[in-house]
Design a protein around this ligand. Structure first.
Ligand code: NAP
Length: 243
């Protein structure tokens, strides 16, 4: 898929799915700016894969605006905003402190909305696109992750609403809803045998995904091949939501 000279921002691009997406966009010819809260790893990854790095906490709107401005300064335009940065939260409604809830929502939902809002003026100029990284937990519930699931449910309907708002400018807005992916976010949890059984028993393909399997879908959604796809929350989940 040819993304030659496309200007792409990937938030949370220092690790896991974000890193795999940044790398794949570059392989397809895009110029990528990674925005991440983790400066050390962000700079290291950017150097390794040939991206630029801007420090950014996506829960702070001014920092997201700054990330977008820096990317436009660097590459002259913005074609694709990938709102990927996120944090896990593994507490049920009884265990969860109110502060946990707000901090999860501020990164996993507010951060995505900030990315959509800050990118819009620039995407209007390029008729570009937005890709949000939601989750199967935006489409279905499960035990033990109240705040995370609430945030991802928000991302799913935010994606539909922003797609409706921006269709008039020919800006496409979609989300990817991954099942379990082998990244630092899930590393610890998947070491727990009972939890791993829960995951594998609920995944018809019987395995977790590799980050590259999400990256390929992001590249497709950003490409001309997806020119008539907008407002979609696409499960990439080994069948988790099919049963
Ligand atoms: P990851 O390996 O932990 O990567 C997330 C990256 O985002 C890290 O570099 C992290 O930095 C950064 N980050 C955290 N908070 C941030 C903030 N406030 N501002 C900017 N950057 C921030 O996680 P991942 O598994 O690749 O997850 C990427 C996205 O996919 C998330 O939205 C996640 O919810 C979603 N997702 C993941 C899975 C899965 O199974 N892995 C499944 C469905 C959806 P630090 O390392 O310093 O925190």
């Amino acid at each position: 898929m040819d993304l030659e000279e496309q200007s792409v921002i990937v938030t949370g691009g220092s690790s896991g799915i974000g890193k795999a997406m940044a790398e794949r966009f570059i392989e397809e010819g895009a110029d990528v700016v990674i925005g991440d809260i983790d400066v050390e790893s962000g700079q290291e990854v950017a150097e390794e894969i040939g991206a630029e790095f801007v420090e950014c906490d996506v829960s702070d709107y001014e920092q997201v605006e700054n990330l977008v401005e820096k990317a436009v300064e660097e590459n002259g335009k913005l074609d694709c905003m990938v709102n990927n940065a996120g944090i896990g939260s593994v507490k049920n409604i009884e265990e969860m402190e109110i502060e946990d809830y707000h901090s999860t929502i501020s990164v996993d939902l507010d951060g995505v909305m900030y990315g959509c809002k800050a990118a819009t003026p620039h995407l209007k100029e390029t008729e570009g696109c937005i890709i949000n990284i939601a989750s199967i937990y935006g489409l279905v519930g499960d035990i033990g992750s109240t705040a995370y699931n609430a945030a991802k449910g928000g991302v799913v309907n935010l994606t539909r609403s922003v797609a409706d708002d921006l269709a008039q400018y020919n800006i496409r807005v979609n989300s990817i809803c991954p099942g379990f992916v082998d990244t630092p976010m899930t590393d610890e949890a998947l070491k727990d045998g009972d939890f791993k059984d829960h995951v594998l028993n609920n995944t018809p393909l019987g395995r977790v995904a590799q980050p590259e399997e999400i990256a390929g879908v992001a590249v497709f959604l950003a490409s001309e091949e997806a020119s008539y796809i907008t407002g979609v929350n696409l499960p990439v989940d080994g069948g988790w939501t099919s049963h």
